[in-house]
Design a binder for this molecule. Structure first.
Ligand SMILES: [Zn+2]
Ligand SMILES: [Zn+2]
Length: 384
């Protein structure tokens, strides 16, 4: 079994294709706006229901809900979600702030998940948060190990090259801080190199840095090279009372991105050689923990989905729900649908899932990347 975190063949480099870029379909946008207003009240009611961990929406709930909507609208599920993704950029889940102190306000005043009862601080995550059928200490250890590679993304620049219809299109050329989530790994051997950052704030003299660290997030979080150069990622922000002095990596380039599946791959470096050593060691532990979970546990965790994210740019949390289904997009990426709770700040979060429908995939190994929340179906969508 190949357990490396190298990109699998389905992640191969693909240029974005303007013909397949559904964000340009303005006619369909009008249709969606109609659907959005008619479902807004139902969506609000559903959100209020989602207040307790015990109220996690099941795969069956989602199936019933989607079946009734498909019958009502006469459209396929793929079509409904495709419209929602492409034509309703407001549903993307980034957090904005003028400074980091104001994040508490967004968190406290959240209307999507008031109280955030379905978001478990990662350091408190335990057996009781998993469905009864897959309560196993090795699963808890594995999810905690995965959380070590989940990072808080901070980016200051919004590129003038963002299309006006794309998320943040109205913020082009501004420098307001936005926050999201990403998933990191080390793709190869760590090397040191001269620091490539112009006027580097760490050291004015010539100095060395270490890398590369690769990070997956959304294209709507980091659109192009200009935004990548203004993006940092913070590791190990697990506790709200402990955000200072944590390791931060600087992104130096956008390796590549895909419009259709809303994916962006960033190359990052660090000035801290210890961070690379820690991550390499933890990657080995991750593989060991994964291999320690027997097949019957995975089988009993059918349809589990776990999102690890930084809601509202705050400390890292785990949310548990059900994996509903997946579709193949025009560029042969997989769009996954799931119920695990997300909030603004969760864009780019890794979504680990168990799916009996996706043949050949290792359960909960390579994540989908959370992209948007669909108000029509009250469901989340991520891509892989
Ligand atoms: Zn929230
Ligand atoms: Zn430097």
């Amino acid at each position: 079994m190949d357990l490396s975190y190298h990109l699998p063949p389905t992640f191969s480099r693909k240029p974005s294709n303007p013909i397949l870029d559904g964000y340009t379909n303005h006619l369909m946008k009008e249709k969606l706006m109609g659907a959005k207003s008619s479902t807004a009240n139902a969506a609000s009611t559903e959100t209020k229901k989602n207040k307790k961990i015990s109220d996690v929406v099941t795969a069956r709930d989602l199936e019933d809900r989607s079946r009734s909507l498909v019958q009502k609208t006469g459209k396929s599920l793929t079509c409904l979600l495709g419209e929602a993704m492409k034509l309703n950029p407001d549903r993307h889940e980034m957090e904005w702030c003028s400074n980091l102190i104001t994040l508490w306000n967004s968190y406290i005043r959240c209307t999507k998940n008031p109280g955030h009862f379905n978001f478990i601080p990662v350091y408190q995550f335990g057996l009781g948060h998993l469905p009864a059928s897959c309560r196993d200490r090795r699963m808890v250890a594995y999810i905690r190990a995965l959380s070590r590679f989940t990072v808080r993304i901070l980016t200051r620049h919004t590129s003038i090259h963002r299309p006006s219809y794309f998320p943040c299109g109205n913020m082009r050329g501004t420098d307001k801080l936005r926050l999201a989530t990403g998933f990191a790994w080390i793709p190869g051997k760590i090397t040191d190199m001269p620091c490539p950052i112009e006027n580097c704030p760490y050291n004015r003299r010539s100095h060395r840095v270490y890398g590369h660290i690769r990070i997956m997030t959304n294209k709507h979080v980091v659109y192009d090279q200009f935004e990548a150069a203004q993006t940092r990622a913070q590791f190990f922000y697990d506790n709200a009372n402990n955000s200072r002095g944590l390791p931060v990596v600087q992104c130096i380039s956008l390796d590549y991105s895909i419009m259709d599946s809303d994916m962006a791959y960033l190359n990052c470096i660090t000035h801290d050689s210890n961070l690379c050593a820690i991550l390499q060691e933890e990657m080995e532990e991750l593989k060991t923990t994964y291999n320690s979970i027997p097949l019957d546990i995975w089988q009993s965790c059918e349809d589990l989905s776990v999102v690890i994210s930084h809601p509202h740019g705050m400390a890292k949390t785990v949310s548990v729900g059900s994996h509903h289904s997946f579709d193949v997009t025009p560029t042969r990426a997989h769009a996954h649908y799931y119920s695990s709770a997300t909030c603004p700040g969760s864009s780019g979060a890794p979504v680990f899932y168990v799916s009996r429908r996706e043949k050949g995939a290792h359960p909960m190994w390579i994540p989908a990347i959370h992209s948007f929340h669909c108000n029509i179906l009250q469901m989340n969508c991520g891509f892989k």
